[in-house]
Design a protein. Structure first.
Lengths: 115, 114
């Protein structure tokens, strides 16, 4: 049981480039989400999904796209990277029970730098 | 809007002693959940303890316990018998019942002095 896995661990992009951050979980969790962590600001929700084919925006969705074609995977796409997207990105998953997410478990994070 | 505030950016404690990290939150909801997460230098976010607002009894997990004061909207974390491995960033987080997202505080960096 690997839990929540994220790839890559580190990435450097140039402004305007696109890329996909990968997230997978093997716990059969319905709920998955993406957060970004910036210094002095804690973690902020980017997008989330309550099941395959269902996604919704969080607090800071601009510049990011997501899709959920399977229960296991929830990739985050940066369409045109900007320096403001330099951050550490965390994927999290949990059971989704009675209309709400249960305790969330986090992946190891991806440190992204946009030059 | 719900907010979570951790007023101590940094704390330090001697090994084997007790330390308390503070957290306050602002909400108009009555049913919600509170969490403490630990983030060591490895960057992994690790759940330390969870508290349901409807429970009057404070949650405990081995050396970790909370002081949950619902009326005061306060949720402090006490670490007893501090160990070197407790050194990390600690985040307080809130989620109200029915919501999908966690709201995090800014974090407190805890240093353990040998």
């Amino acid at each position: 049981n690997a839990g929540v896995t994220q790839t890559p661990k580190f990435q450097v992009l140039k402004t305007g480039q696109s890329m996909t951050l990968q997230c997978a979980q093997d716990m059969n969790h319905e709920y998955m989400s993406w957060y970004r962590q910036d210094p002095g600001m804690g973690l902020r929700l980017i997008h989330y999904s309550v099941g395959a084919g269902i996604t919704d925006q969080g607090e800071v969705p601009n510049g990011y796209n997501v899709s959920r074609s399977t229960t296991e995977d929830f990739p985050l796409r940066l369409l045109s990277a900007a320096p403001s997207q330099t951050s550490v990105y965390f994927c999290a998953s949990s059971r989704f029970n009675r209309g709400q997410a249960d305790t969330q478990y986090f992946g190891p994070g991806t440190r992204l730098t946009v030059l | 809007a719900q907010t979570v505030t951790q007023s101590q950016p940094e704390m330090s404690v001697q090994e084997a002693e007790t330390v308390t990290l503070s957290c306050t939150y602002d909400t108009s909801e009555s049913d919600y959940y509170l969490f403490w997460y630990k983030q060591p230098p490895s960057r992994q976010m690790i759940l330390v303890i969870r508290q349901e607002a409807y429970k009057q009894q404070n949650a405990t997990e081995n050396r970790f316990s909370v002081n949950f004061q619902k009326a005061a909207k306060s949720f402090s974390l006490k670490i007893s018998d501090s160990q070197l491995g407790d050194a990390a960033m600690y985040f307080c987080a809130y989620r109200y019942q029915g919501a999908q997202k966690l709201v995090f505080g800014q974090g407190t960096r805890l240093t353990i002095n040998p």
